[in-house]
Design a protein around this ligand. Structure first.
Ligand code: CAA
Length: 381
């Protein structure tokens, strides 16, 4: 077993870290404060090939592997978790299902512009009354000639306000439950698709989400992604990959909080010595370092299993569950290390604390990750 990164992966980390330190980190606090979508950073990520990392070059992607994806996600998210999730949604919730389930013609039309960053994507599964219970879809797609007419509402759609393309899940046959759900590829600027105001959120404030409304929106048969009735499996398989990305985002947030706390603890003095030399603080830093490394190993393992073409539902859920809980614990402890300074916006740790929370919620709450892990560990009744 070799824990070292390849030369190619090391070079990618250097490139993305340089971008993150020079261009992302300096404006992270400002775009959070102003709730501003960082269009200029998204354009730069497109130039650097970070929006279609695993898409092969024949579809204008970077042709890298899932390990490269988590390495890049950690670097960007260490600088700014909002920028990280904009990137992760386009990569793993939009490009990934198109790569796996789209026809050749669909890849040409929809995947190519998303992979090179000419367009931005969003993933529309959640509804006002269908969050954790993803099969309880009430958005309907009714057959009409050779196409479908879609009506319904989608909730908390990350990249929703900016997206050009959406992966939408809708019920085509209510009688069949989850086997009646179909995935569609949506032109977000077409008639019958509208967007609500952006959500006012606790954290990741520079990444925008909103409701999406469908009113008699007509799609043609060639906008069905995968099989009619096969949408639930498209959603679940997509989330297996997306959860690896959120684990890497959580790792980035945890690392940012840890690095800030370590620097502060080595600088600040009380009772005649650095606070890092008080065991109460030193042990906190030791626990943070250990837990971040453990989360990183789980994340790399899930990515490696994806790279090897193995089923990785359990491993992705474990990585997301653990990394998101570590991010929350580390960010909370980092505030404690900073004391009063941790509670004010002059220092970055209150932002890391607010940003960490969503990683325990989106792409499946921690409770849902435990459901997935338990189903794999104990089997189903
Ligand atoms: N891959 C492929 N197929 C899968 C699968 C997987 N990982 N998991 C389940 N399936 C299949 C099952 O094999 C089963 O198929 P059959 O009927 O053929 O046997 C079918 O799907 C139904 O499986 P379950 O009975 O397990 O389904 P369930 O209704 O009990 O739900 C669940 C399972 C894990 C709870 C699921 O509903 C779930 O993941 N919920 C959370 C949803 C979620 O993560 N939402 C996040 C929204 S996206 C987001 O946050 C994006 C953003 O903006 C950042």
């Amino acid at each position: 077993m070799d824990f070292s990164l390849s030369d190619e992966h090391e070079a990618l980390v250097r490139m993305v870290r340089d971008f993150a330190n020079r261009e992302v980190k300096p404006i992270a606090a400002e775009i959070d404060r102003e709730h501003r979508y960082p269009a200029e950073l998204v354009a730069r990520m497109a130039e650097l090939g970070l929006l279609g990392i695993e898409v092969p070059p024949e579809y204008d992607g970077s042709g890298l592997d899932p390990i490269a994806y988590v390495l890049a996600m950690e670097e960007v998210s260490t600088a700014c978790a909002s920028t990280g999730v904009i990137m992760s949604v386009n990569n793993s919730l939009v490009c990934d299902p198109l790569l796996k389930f789209a026809t050749e013609a669909q890849k040409e039309r929809w995947l190519r512009p998303l992979a090179c960053g000419d367009k931005l994507g969003c993933f529309q599964l959640s509804e006002p009354n269908a969050g954790s219970d993803a099969a309880a879809q009430t958005t309907v797609a009714v057959r009409d000639g050779d196409g479908f007419v879609i009506n319904g509402v989608k909730n908390w759609i990350t990249n929703g306000p900016q997206a050009d393309t959406g992966i939408l899940f809708a019920m085509t046959d209510k009688e069949k439950g989850h086997k009646g759900i179909t995935a569609f590829i949506i032109d977000m600027n077409a008639e019958g698709v509208s967007r609500g105001p952006k959500d006012d959120k606790l954290g990741i404030r520079a990444s925008h989400s909103c409701q999406i409304f469908y009113t008699d929106h007509r799609v043609s048969a060639d906008q069905v992604l995968g099989e009619v009735g096969g949408g639930f499996k498209v959603a679940m398989a997509t989330l297996d990959c997306g959860r690896i990305g959120i684990a890497a985002q959580a790792l980035g947030i945890a690392r940012a909080a840890f690095e800030a706390a370590t620097e502060y603890a080595c600088d600040r003095k009380t009772f005649g010595k650095r606070i890092a030399d008080h065991q109460g603080i030193a042990f906190k830093l030791a626990d943070m370092a250990t837990e971040i490394d453990a989360a990183r190993m789980l994340t790399y393992r899930a990515a490696a299993m994806k790279a090897a073409g193995k089923r990785h539902s359990k491993e992705s859920a474990m990585a997301k569950l653990y990394a998101s809980e570590v991010a929350n614990k580390v960010a909370k402890d980092a505030i404690q290390v900073f004391g009063g300074n941790g509670y004010v916006t002059e220092y970055p740790v209150e932002r890391h604390f607010r940003d960490a929370k969503i990683t325990e919620i989106y792409e499946g709450t921690s409770e849902i990750q435990r459901v997935v892990i338990a189903a794999n560990v104990i089997g189903r009744r």
